[in-house]
Design a protein around this ligand. Sequence first.
Ligand SMILES: [Zn+2]
Length: 264
Amino acid sequence: MIDSHCHFDFPPFADNSDYYLDLARQAGVSHIVIPSVGERNWQQVRNLCHTGGPTAPALSYALGMHPFFAEEHGPQTLARLEQALEQARNDPCCVAVGECGLDFAIPDADRRQQTDWLSAQLSLSNQFNLPVILHCRKAFPELLKCLKSCPPVRGGVYHAFSGSLQQATQLLDLGIKIGVGGTITYRRANKTRTTIAQLPLDALLLETDAPDMPPAGFQGEPNRPDRVVQVLNALTELRSESVAQLTQATNKNAEVLFALPSQI
Ligand SMILES: [Zn+2]
């Protein structure tokens, strides 16, 4: 399995990464994609991916400015993001721009600034020929508008998708895959579960969003990359394909999107 979205530089992983990588390996996680949130952790995610050993899981990273951490981004941050992406141009571990997006659920969100940053990062993704990792809360129409005015040529993933079939279809039409996370492990998440059950197999990526979004049964604990198993199990319950088919398809989708080395 590939965990396509895990903040592996955050606590509790930061000080105990070998332990959590071991758990992930034992659970069958072959690859983890680590998005960054802003300038403060670009170096950290890069270092993490470069100090990994020869054994699975392999680690890749993305560079971006997360809208939730808006107050950390300064007027120069975009220019420095461009520099960081330039430096990472020949780094096979750097696989995407992100995480970026719109978060209008934040009280007093500066919507215009978030929109400008997202548009700029969509342009950067095209400039550096990378896919995007998207975060979106309470801003779906605005996100679509940004994507339509600057379509990411290499596509992307809308992480932690929860929503309707119509929304998912609109994303797929723009080349954006659907990140399937812990939400579907909750039986009450009917709308999202029904949507995910109906999507084409080549639309789906698995993710944990660890240490956030613990799956059902693990509420109150930090989430972990090995718990991508719970997401896969819930997905198997919802769909007609077998575990093996779903594992193979979601692996392939992540490998193609992020140009990861194939496991097969
Ligand atoms: Zn995230």
